[in-house]
Design a protein around this ligand. Structure first.
Ligand SMILES: [Zn+2]
Length: 163
């Protein structure tokens, strides 16, 4: 099963019907994956005749529901752990905020349950909110003051804060 590649339902036309192969092709996934969805996971299909047909609308609804179920929302101060497959609290004090671009940053932490690396992309507009949420010290710079020669910001206590 391909876990990293997320099936892209935007390529599915709701009003068309698809064979297993066509659906797999449109989604860039393996036909066995689609077959598995039909047989085990509850994707509706017309299986009275061959080839079995899946309605595009059913497929889209199925993938949407699946993603919502998977994407469990993180509560305040939680990051999603891919290993635990659940939102987890990061180990306090070992969090890092890394600015990636002028608009995007990443919070990196360690799962307090399994010690895997956790991360979440955040918009730099939300830096202040994120700082409060994770009890981080983030130096929020205005773009006009941003010095691109500086390495990315982090909350490592060994880095003295410049004021
Ligand atoms: Zn974990």
């Amino acid at each position: 099963m391909i876990r990293n590649r997320r099936a892209d339902w935007r390529r599915i036309k709701g009003k068309l019907s698809y064979t297993i192969d066509e659906a797999a092709h449109a989604l860039g996934t393996h036909r066995n994956t689609v077959r598995h969805w039909v047989k085990k996971v509850g994707l509706p299909a017309m299986t009275e005749a061959r080839p079995h047909l899946i309605l595009g609308g059913d497929l889209v609804a199925f993938l949407r529901a699946r993603r919502t179920a998977r994407k469990r929302r993180c509560g305040p101060g939680e990051l999603y752990c891919l290993r635990c497959r659940a939102p987890r609290r990061p180990v306090p004090g070992l969090l890092e905020y890394r600015a990636l671009t002028s608009t995007r940053a990443r919070i990196v932490g360690i799962c307090s349950t399994c010690e895997a690396i956790l991360h979440r992309f955040v918009s730099t507009h939300r830096a202040a909110a994120v700082a409060t949420e994770f009890n981080l010290q983030i130096e929020v710079r205005h773009e006009s003051l941003a010095d691109s020669a500086l390495p990315s910001l982090n909350c490592d206590s060994s880095t003295p804060a410049t004021t």
